[in-house]
Design a protein around this ligand. Structure first.
Ligand code: BGC
Length: 344
């Protein structure tokens, strides 16, 4: 038996449902519209999907990593462990600037000028160049550096961080800055893996090893700002990892995308045209935090450029890259390269 108050609530609910049914019958089109709007509004709240795209499980990662031993190390050195124990404490990305930590970092973490480091008592699997395109994001760069150095060191990687800043002229060209960073870092021997990395993205999982895979890897497939759901299977933005061979095989990024968007989709097209598949690791380890920033202005010509992406592959990229270095400086936590992307 129901109490009178419960009966009252039940009656009100039945009445409300009857009214809804009546409304839906008398105004079917409007009702369908309202229902669609409600569903569309609720869609972003869905749980992260672990289906929808193929990925490698945690247990398969070790076999996926390519080994390119650094030649300057004695050959009998033992290989470094892939995931260091101390990383287990490294759970959440700190998004607040810690100025005193930044000051202490070169000494505390024994970072060499230019943002280089390598482990002293074991041999890294790969020598990795982290390439970061940059303009006017000073605070984000600080957070990025304070996060990445301990993260990369705990993985016992031999690494260098290169920040490629575009001079004030012209709108931002992310793809071209990556190409420039790749060529400049390649002037140093032994870098065999290149991680093309946005400054506003912080890896969350200690098991997400910053090394290169058998195939180019899309590293940030689970982003907090997308509720850790991959919005579309062809997404190839944010952070990607390429070996030298993989990157030169597709002639790098296109140089033609000025402004926001498209250059990463273009790179994906290049890979498809060469029948190269994109690799991803399990969503639980491919998680990233995005630092807040205002939305950029999209490049209006990106869709048009994308349509001819494959035709331009050989004549637009590393092979046709023109730029002028305005300044190179070995800063305590990174190598800073200021460039003019359109010297003529
Ligand atoms: C843009 C990409 C971007 C993606 C996700 C696409 O519309 O073309 O450059 O990575 O949206 O934000």
């Amino acid at each position: 038996m129901l109490y009178p108050q419960q009966m009252y609530v039940l009656k009100r609910i039945i009445l409300f449902l009857r009214r809804l049914i009546y409304l839906a019958r008398s105004h079917p089109i409007e009702s369908a519209f309202v229902v669609s709007v409600i569903i569309a509004a609720l869609l972003p709240l869905r749980q992260p999907s672990i289906k929808g795209y193929p990925y490698l499980h945690l247990t398969e990662i070790k076999d996926d990593l390519q080994m390119c031993l650094v030649t300057r190390r004695p050959p009998d050195f033992k290989l470094c462990p892939l995931v260091a124990r101390e990383l287990s404490t490294f759970k959440h990305a700190n998004i607040n600037i810690n100025d005193s930590l930044l000051q202490e970092m070169p000494v505390k973490f024994k970072i060499q000028s230019g943002g280089r480091w390598f482990p002293k008592n074991c041999s890294s699997w790969q020598r990795v160049a982290v390439i970061v395109p940059y303009r006017n994001r000073e605070n984000q760069l600080k957070v990025f550096l304070q996060h990445m150095h301990p993260f990369l060191q705990a993985q016992r990687l031999d690494y260098g961080i290169f920040v490629i800043e575009q001079s004030e002229k012209h709108s931002f060209n992310r793809g071209k800055l990556f190409n420039i960073g790749y060529l400049e870092a390649s002037k140093e021997p032994d870098f065999c893996c290149f991680i093309f990395h946005d400054v506003d993205l912080l890896p969350e999982s200690p098991q997400h090893i910053y090394g290169c895979s058998e195939e180019p890897r899309h590293m940030c497939s689970a982003l907090d700002s997308f509720r850790y759901v991959l919005p579309y299977p062809e997404l190839f933005g944010g952070v990607v990892a390429f070996t030298k061979e993989q990157f030169s095989n597709v002639n790098g990024f296109s140089n033609m995308y000025f402004g926001w968007g498209g250059e990463d989709d273009d790179l994906y097209e290049r890979l498809c045209s060469k029948q190269i598949r994109v690799r991803r690791w399990a969503p639980e380890i491919s998680r990233y935090t995005m630092l807040y920033h205002a939305k950029e202005i999209p490049n209006p010509t990106r869709h048009m450029l994308l349509r001819t992406s494959v035709q331009r592959l050989e004549v637009d990229g590393l092979s046709t890259l023109e730029y002028k270095i305005l300044k190179t400086e070995l800063k305590p936590l990174y190598t800073h390269i200021l460039v003019d992307v359109k010297p003529r």
